[in-house]
Design a protein around this ligand. Structure first.
Ligand code: SAM
Length: 275
């Protein structure tokens, strides 16, 4: 499709720079600039905002974020083949795109834009997406350095992030996201929107920090969720046995015959505070 920003269509960019998608890097590129704009718009106003993007690839989402007026984009990309394509975008938007070649899992995001405000927007590589989200949810200081996360995941992962008690998808991710953020699924993206198409539907999840989450230590919460959901079909008296079992549950005023997925985030925090 013709590009509104005057840059070449993404198909041409990919052909010109020989960016054949590599499965090992989770490369499923978005080629429709209307769709990338829809993702970027989900983050709300970008006026005066520095956006951190993980995995810009050929730059479809990067272009949308810049066209929507972000003050600056700092993009971390592992695949050096993408750098010349990204340089063309940087030349088109002088001083507004900084590309860092590197592994997002080894990046200290807090140091990238100390003057804020920062929003994170990414069509994440599926193999590292969940780990990055957990890292962004569990910094020692809260509220975090970011104002919002707008992230593409496989739909099933999105369902786990927004799930709460009573939902089959509720687990560790739902507890961590529910403890510190308001999270919702914004919209689904079908496989055919990507090149190459992945096997499953994707979804865009939007998260904003709760300013004062329930007081709780992240490490303790992780311990409780790990134990409780590690044996999710068992009663809690069995699954949290190593953390105090029935005595712990009684102290927290939680029926030991309940199962992990019936507990609210508040009850998980209560348990975490007692171990
Ligand atoms: N943002 C582009 C788009 O929407 O079309 C590409 C998205 S593609 C799903 C994921 C991108 O993340 C790829 O460009 C891949 O090279 C990059 N990537 C994979 N692992 C990475 C890592 N550990 N750190 C940074 N980038 C990574």
């Amino acid at each position: 499709m013709a590009a509104l920003d005057g840059l070449p269509p993404l198909r041409d960019v990919i052909a010109k720079h020989g960016l054949d998608a590599k499965k090992a890097l989770g490369q499923n590129f978005l080629l429709d600039l209307n769709l990338t704009q829809k993702i970027a718009r989900t983050a709300g106003s970008l006026d005066g905002v520095t956006v951190i993007e993980v995995g810009p690839g050929p730059g479809g989402l990067t272009r949308a974020i810049l066209a929507l007026g972000a003050k600056k984009v700092i993009a971390i990309e592992r695949d050096s083949r993408c750098l010349p394509a990204l340089q063309e975008i940087a030349d088109h938007y002088p001083g507004r795109l900084e590309v860092i070649e590197g592994d997002a899992l080894k990046t200290d995001f807090e140091l990238l834009a100390p003057d804020g405000p920062v929003k994170i927007i990414a069509n994440l590589p599926y193999n590292v997406g969940t780990q990055l989200l957990v890292n962004w949810l569990l910094p020692p200081e809260w509220p975090p350095f970011w104002q919002s996360l707008t992230l593409m995941f496989q739909r099933e992962v999105g369902q786990r992030i927004v799930a709460r008690e009573g939902d089959n998808h509720f687990g560790r991710l739902g507890v961590l996201a529910g403890w510190r953020t308001e999270a919702h699924m914004a919209f689904d993206v079908p496989p055919q929107a990507f090149s190459p198409p992945p096997k499953v539907t994707s979804t865009v999840v939007h998260l904003t920090p709760i300013v004062t989450p329930l007081p709780c230590e992240a490490a303790q919460l992780e311990k409780v969720t790990h134990a409780a959901f590690g044996q999710r079909r068992k009663m809690l008296r069995q699954s949290v046995k190593s953390l105090g079992g029935e005595a712990l549950l009684n102290k927290a005023q939680i029926d030991p015959a309940r199962r992990a997925e019936t507990l609210s985030v508040e009850e998980f925090c209560r348990l975490a505070n007692l171990i």
